[in-house]
Structures are given as structure tokens and as C-alpha cells.
Design a protein around this ligand. Structure first.
Ligand code: GLU
Length: 490
């Protein structure tokens, strides 16, 4: 397969791309990646990003799904220039409001001999398929209704027989197209099904509506998941039959589980909402998602990209054609890196919901900030906050294991504790600076240093050998609590 690198030809005046979800109630992580790539591409080329709601399957309709979708995308800074909210002169942007348009083009296709009526009952189709299976043949419509005479068709319609309209795939030809990611793809038309275009309930299928809308909305580039690539030959036949130019296409690789199977609900969360709820920061999610299939180029080590940088650097040429593995450990690592370096005020604001019911008084915003700055290095995501708060909220210090008692009861520990009680007692309030000064004084005066100096203090204050920086903990606890906790062991 040769790769077509000429992704934006000079003749196209304005890049117009679309994200075209069927609202199912949640955004799949794969759809987020598609929406992101469309946004990056549109912004990179100064074009338009369009949201079109593909809601012609009424049985899958979910109340509030579109609002939810738009809300979550905008939380991630994925915004549109045209769509249900913004409107635009190519609307309506809900396919369910465009039914007349599809009907009109269906009629045109029939008039041109590129589509036909089919009156087969579900039972007849079932029988046909069973026979094909029995004979080991490919199951596809056997094109039987192509041969109905005009009179038969009119009679059937008159007598009220339910019908669908099917695409009349030309036989013995080859359909060929150049995908910007997958290269040239060819298929014999004899292997293409006479796809239903209009269903018996008068609603169009995805194929018809998608092609008509991409054309009428002047879409220049179709960027979507690889699972749609098999539909392209049918679409190309439709474009041709209607005398329309075929947009450029780019089918982005599947997102895979670690075991290389297609990312599915069963193997973990696939709903974007779940990631937001768990406290993945939007910057981290976007950065991570962008790298699922796109990379800045060979030999490039950079892994952290802001949205602006992604927009600058994103091209379809750098999208790989093979599947992209979704590595949750990498997402956690990246989110942790963003949390560690985030503006503390902003992080505090985002973190407040996770402090609820933990016993920390978030009205005391200064203390809340100090706590957060002490624990943030340990957070892969914000919903881990309550766990990390335990050292600040526990009433009794419970030792992580019994062996720690030995450390607390060592002679050197007692000496350190005595000195600390005296020195902490003599100051007004504890802060990281005077804490450090006092510890180095104690070190000098007692000759006890390193682990023997710090470990017992940490264990006395937190019950554990590991955790946030001690000067920060001491400041947050305050002098009285620190002295009380040490006294127990002195
Ligand atoms: N409605 C399809 C979906 O739910 C859109 C596919 C396309 O972009 O053509 O993903």
C-alpha cells in the first residue's frame, strides 16, 4: 500500500471536517480520539470543525445523550464551529431533522438507475441467508429485486407492500480509493452488498445519510475510526452515482487492549465520563489520546504536548496505520506528571470535590492547598485524594506494622524526640523553614543523623515509613499536634 501524503491539496479552499457520532449515552474513548484528531486537523489548517449528530437509528435514542456528549467534549476543550449548538448555514446538524433531504436523493438515485426498490419480507431474506450459509457462500443480498419490472414495482407500492431501497452496485468493476492513512484500497464490486439505503420506516441508513451530509456540508476530509473503512466502497459508489466529488479519507487505527484485542467495555473503562470522574486532568487525557495513533515523528523524544502544540504539530502523515495500544499505566504516569506540575490554585479548585466527606475542612483553603501540595506527587488521579488524606485525618496513629515500634522505642529515637519537644515547644508556630533549622540543630547537638533522625519522627507523626514530605506534614499538623504525637514515644 502506498501512502498518500498529499493530505491537503492546494485546490481546496477551506478544510472542513466533521465529528459524526451516533449518540448512545456515553462517549467511547475511541470516539474521543476521533473527535480530537478532527479538531487538531481543522485547527492546524485553519479550517472548520463540525459536529453532526447521526441519530437516524431511533431505537438507539437516549434522552440527554447529545447534551451530555457536547458537555463532555467541551470539558476537554473539543469545540465546534458548526453544530447543534452553534448552528451554521449547512444545518440542520441532526440527521433526524434532514429526512426529506435523504428521500430526495434516494429518488434521484432511483431515477438514475443507481438504486432500486426491494419488497422482500424478513422471512424471505432469512431463508436466503440460511441457504447461503448452508452452501458455504458469503451471506449477502442476492440482488433478486433488481429484476422486478417497472409495473411490478408500481403495483407493489400501490398495494402497500413494505419496501426498502437498495444500492444497485455495478457488477464486474473495481472500486479503488486512496486513504490518507491506509494507502490505496481496492475491492471488486461483485463483493459489495446491494446496501439498503432507505429502510422500510422511511429512515435512511447510515450509508446514505452519511454520504449525502458529507457532500452537502462540504466536508473536505473524513477522519474517523478504522472500523468504517469497509463502508467506503459503498460510499464511493454513491458519490459517483450522484456525480459528487469524493472527500479525502483518513481512517485512524483501532485502539487496542494490551493483549491487542479491540478495546472493549469488558476490559476496563471505555467511557470518557469515567475518566473525567476519576480525576484525569483534561490536559493529560488530551495529551495521552493524541499519542494513541499519532506521534511527532521518528526520533522525537517529546511526550508532553499542550493542545496548542498538538495543533501546531498534528498532520495525518504522522498517524500510524497499525493499531494503537491503550496503556493505562502510561495514562496514569502522564496524569501524575500533570498533577505534579499543575498550577496549585487551579488544581485545588479541581480537587475540592474529592475532599468531600474526608474530614478536611476545605473552607480553610490555605490548609487545603498545603495538604494538596504535600500529597500531589502521589496521585495518579484525583480520586486517590481521600486515601492520601488519611494521615491528616486519622484520630489515632495506627502503625503500619508492628516492627515500626522497635524504631520508635530505640534509645536514639528517644533522644531525638526529647530534643524536638523542647525546640518545637519554644517556637510560635511551625513552618517548613524553622522545622528544617530545628532538625539540623538537633542533628548537631545529638550527633544523630540520617535515617535515625528522620524515620522515627515520620513514624510517630504518620504511622508509616513513607509518605509526603515531613516539613509539609509538620506545618499542616501544627506545633501542638506534632508535640503531642512525639510525646507518646518519648
Ligand atoms: N455515526 C458514525 C459513528 O457513530 C459515524 C461514522 C463516520 O464518521 O462516518 O461513529
Amino acid at each position: 500500500m502506498e501512502k498518500n501524503s498529499n493530505e491537503v491539496s492546494d485546490t481546496k479552499s477551506e478544510v472542513r471536517v466533521r465529528f459524526a457520532p451516533s449518540p448512545t449515552g456515553f462517549i467511547h474513548i475511541g470516539s474521543l480520539r476521533t473527535a480530537l484528531f478532527n479538531l487538531l486537523f481543522a485547527r492546524h489548517y485553519g479550517g472548520k470543525n463540525i459536529l453532526r449528530i447521526e441519530d437516524t437509528d431511533q431505537s438507539r435514542k437516549v434522552e440527554g445523550a447529545v447534551e451530555n456528549l457536547i458537555k463532555n467534549l467541551s470539558l476537554l476543550d473539543i469545540n465546534f464551529d458548526e453544530g447543534p449548538l452553534q448552528g451554521g448555514d449547512k444545518g440542520p446538524y441532526y440527521q433526524s431533522e434532514r429526512l426529506d433531504i435523504y428521500k430526495k436523493y434516494c429518488d434521484e438515485l432511483i431515477a438514475k438507475g443507481a438504486a432500486y426498490y426491494a419488497f422482500d419480507t424478513p422471512e424471505e431474506l432469512d431463508e436466503m441467508r440460511k441457504l447461503q450459509q448452508l452452501e458455504g457462500r458469503q451471506t449477502m443480498y442476492d440482488r433478486r429485486a433488481r429484476d422486478l419490472s417497472e409495473e411490478e414495482v408500481q403495483e407493489n407500492i400501490k398495494s402497500g407492500k413494505p419496501y426498502v431501497i437498495r444500492l444497485k452496485v455495478p457488477l464486474n468493476e473495481e472500486v479503488k480509493f486512496d486513504d490518507l492513512i491506509k494507502g490505496t484500497i481496492k475491492i471488486e464490486t461483485n463483493n459489495i452488498d446491494d446496501q439498503i439505503l432507505l429502510k422500510s420506516d422511511g429512515f435512511p441508513t447510515y450509508h446514505l445519510a452519511n454520504v449525502v451530509d458529507d457532500h452537502l456540508m462540504n466536508i473536505t476530509h473524513i477522519i474517523r475510526g478504522e472500523e468504517w473503512v469497509t463502508s467506503v466502497p459503498k460510499h464511493i459508489l454513491l458519490y459517483k452515482a450522484l456525480g459528487w466529488e469524493v472527500p479525502e479519507m483518513a481512517h485512524v487505527p483501532l485502539i487496542l487492549n494490551k493483549d491487542k484485542t479491540k478495546l472493549s467495555k469488558r476490559q476496563g473503562d471505555v467511557a470518557v465520563e469515567d475518566y473525567l470522574r476519576k480525576g484525569y486532568l483534561k490536559e493529560a487525557l488530551i495529551n495521552f489520546m493524541a499519542l494513541l495513533g499519532w506521534n511527532p515523528g521518528e526520533g522525537e523524544e517529546q511526550e508532553f504536548f499542550s493542545m496548542d502544540e498538538l495543533i501546531k504539530r498534528f498532520t495525518i502523515e504522522k498517524v500510524q496505520s497499525s493499531g494503537a495500544v491503550f496503556n493505562i499505566d502510561k495514562l496514569n504516569w502522564m496524569n501524575n506528571a500533570y498533577i505534579k506540575n499543575y498550577d496549585l490554585d487551579k488544581l485545588t479548585e479541581l480537587s475540592l470535590p474529592y475532599f468531600e466527606n474526608t474530614g478536611i475542612d476545605t473552607n480553610d483553603i490555605e490548609t487545603t492547598k498545603k495538604i494538596l501540595s504535600a500529597i500531589r506527587v502521589y496521585l495518579n488521579k484525583l480520586d486517590e485524594i481521600p486515601d492520601q488524606l488519611k494521615i491528616f485525618t486519622q484520630k489515632e496513629i495506627a502503625l503500619e506494622n508492628e516492627n515500626l515500634k522497635e524504631i520508635l522505642e530505640a534509645e536514639t529515637s528517644k533522644t531525638v524526640f526529647k530534643a524536638l519537644i523542647e525546640k518545637f515547644g519554644a517556637i510560635d508556630s511551625l513552618n517548613p523553614e524553622n522545622y528544617k533549622t530545628i532538625l539540623s540543630e538537633v542533628q548537631k547537638e545529638t550527633g544523630i543523623k540520617g535515617k535515625q533522625l528522620f524515620k522515627p519522627l515520620r513514624i510517630a507523626l504518620t504511622g508509616s515509613e513513607n509518605g509526603p514530605e515531613l516539613p509539609l506534614i509538620a506545618e499542616i499538623f501544627g506545633k501542638d499536634k506534632v508535640i503531642d504525637l512525639i510525646k507518646k514515644w518519648s
